[in-house]
Write a protein that binds this ligand. Structure first.
Ligand code: URA
Length: 435
């Protein structure tokens, strides 16, 4: 393989090859990823290449090689010394998607270790670490040794990915974010899978979101992304399955950091919204199956309180106080129904944007988030509502934020005479596994 200092290729040659619709050779891919990581390929050159990839695509071979090069840019974790199998889950991001919170302790309670390296939210989708940081004392940064110890001792860990894991992706993701190249399927697939493969999990379940609140707005593109990621995982020896799940309306009844933690704790206590419980159980069953465990029903572990026990230990081990009251917003505003009928639309993007504008999300990576800001949904699509009924409650510490949050909801909430979209829109739209 040509190192960046060895002039094996040059950036313009690689950009032109992709611009003209060609396939990059293994050596070109290896060179350009390594040279970019070390600053030999300039940001503007990688921007041009990322745009050429977005416009002209990549073959399976190119994507596979690109993923391998991103993994090789950093360290690989190794959990093979653990006494139990490992399985992880990755969601491509949605509104109200708090599933990792109940799922990781639930799967651990079933005997499979869950090493969850998570991120912070950017834009309208929430980040798992931001949610957990609303718990007093909880810390996201663990050393590899702490992570391994917690996995053996508690069975589940949710923490920040260290800087050493796929540094090429860290750099490239930040560049894509500001160059309109996030949506390229080869780049999304290689970004997600390089981190998951480097993390060292043996089994992986992907939750590929489809709909207004997701990266992939239509099912065909979501399926292509899912198939690409399943192929990459399988080629790397990771048992990988993808579910395509609906993100046209938010998951559960809350969007916002502390609000979502409270809802997740409800699920672990045996309650919580039906869709959150159903998706948590569905993903748990897939993770257990992928890890080769078929003699435990996760529903039993929710019922008997053992998933809640793991949650409490998982939070405590990372410095958090699971019984401490969660932060509460200083200001609230109700959104009421102007008529009686059936709630026909509760758009995921509109609610995600509203929660973001209330302070639950950030516009730039370095911005702080408000732990207590967000939206509580009192009705979901298909529910009967009456005139004057409270449909949503908005929460923030800064009342000046209400107007822009209300503007985000315009057109995103509708009540009509009849009709239930709930029946016509299943939560799990499809399943992809290696054939
Ligand atoms: N999540 C990632 O980690 N990378 C992407 O490119 C998109 C979502």
């Amino acid at each position: 393989m040509g190192g960046p200092g060895q002039d094996a290729h040059d950036a313009v040659e690689v950009i032109i090859a992709k611009r003209d619709g060609g396939e990059l050779s293994d050596s070109q891919v290896d060179w350009v990823v390594e040279a970019y990581t070390h600053g030999v390929v300039a940001e503007e050159q990688m921007s041009a290449l990322a745009m050429a990839i977005l416009l002209n695509g990549m073959s399976r071979r190119e994507i596979s090689r690109w993923t391998a090069a991103m993994i090789a840019s950093g360290e690989r974790m190794d959990f093979s010394s653990l006494s139990r199998p490992t399985a992880d889950k990755h969601s491509t991001g949605g509104v109200g998607d708090k599933i990792t919170l109940p799922l990781a302790p639930l799967v651990a309670a079933c005997g499979v270790a869950v090493p969850q390296l998570s991120g912070r939210g950017l834009g309208h989708t929430g980040g798992t670490l931001d949610k957990l940081e609303s718990i007093a004392g909880w810390r996201a940064d663990l050393s590899n040794a702490e992570m391994l110890h917690q996995l053996e001792d508690v069975g589940a860990v949710i923490c920040a990915a260290g800087a050493g894991l796929a540094p090429a992706d860290r750099k490239l993701y930040a560049l894509r974010d500001v160059t309109g190249t996030v949506e390229a399927i080869p780049l999304i697939a290689s970004s997600i899978m390089s981190k998951k493969i480097a993390e060292g999990t043996r089994a992986l379940v992907l939750d590929v979101k489809v709909g207004s609140g997701a990266f992939m707005k239509d099912a065909a593109r979501a399926r292509e992304l899912g198939e690409t990621m399943v192929a990459l995982g399988t080629d790397a020896g990771v048992t990988t399955v993808a579910l395509l799940t609906d993100m046209s309306t938010p998951l559960g009844r809350t969007a916002g950091n502390a609000l979502e933690v409270a809802e997740s704790v409800d699920v672990l206590a045996g309650g919580g919204p039906d869709d959150v419980v159903a998706l948590t159980l569905e993903l748990a069953r897939e993770m257990l199956l992928a890890a080769g465990v078929d003699d435990v029903d996760p529903a039993d572990r929710l019922r008997d309180g053992s998933a809640m026990d793991v949650w409490r230990r998982m939070i405590t081990t990372q410095g958090g106080e699971p019984s401490a009251p969660l932060p509460r917003a200083r200001e609230t505003q109700a959104v009421t129904s102007t008529r009686s009928g059936v709630l026909s639309t509760l758009d995921a993007m509109a609610v995600g944007l509203a929660a973001w504008r209330l302070g639950a999300g950030r516009a730039r990576k370095e911005d702080p988030v408000q732990a207590a800001a967000g939206v509580v949904m009192h009705a979901k699509p298909g529910d009967q509502v009456t005139e004057g009924q409270e449909l949503l409650t908005l929460y923030t510490d800064e009342p000046g934020r209400f107007d822009r949050a209300l503007a985000a909801l315009e057109g995103g909430v509708a009540v009509s005479d009849t009709g239930s979209v709930r029946e016509s829109q299943p939560l799990v739209i499809g399943r992809i596994s290696a054939t």
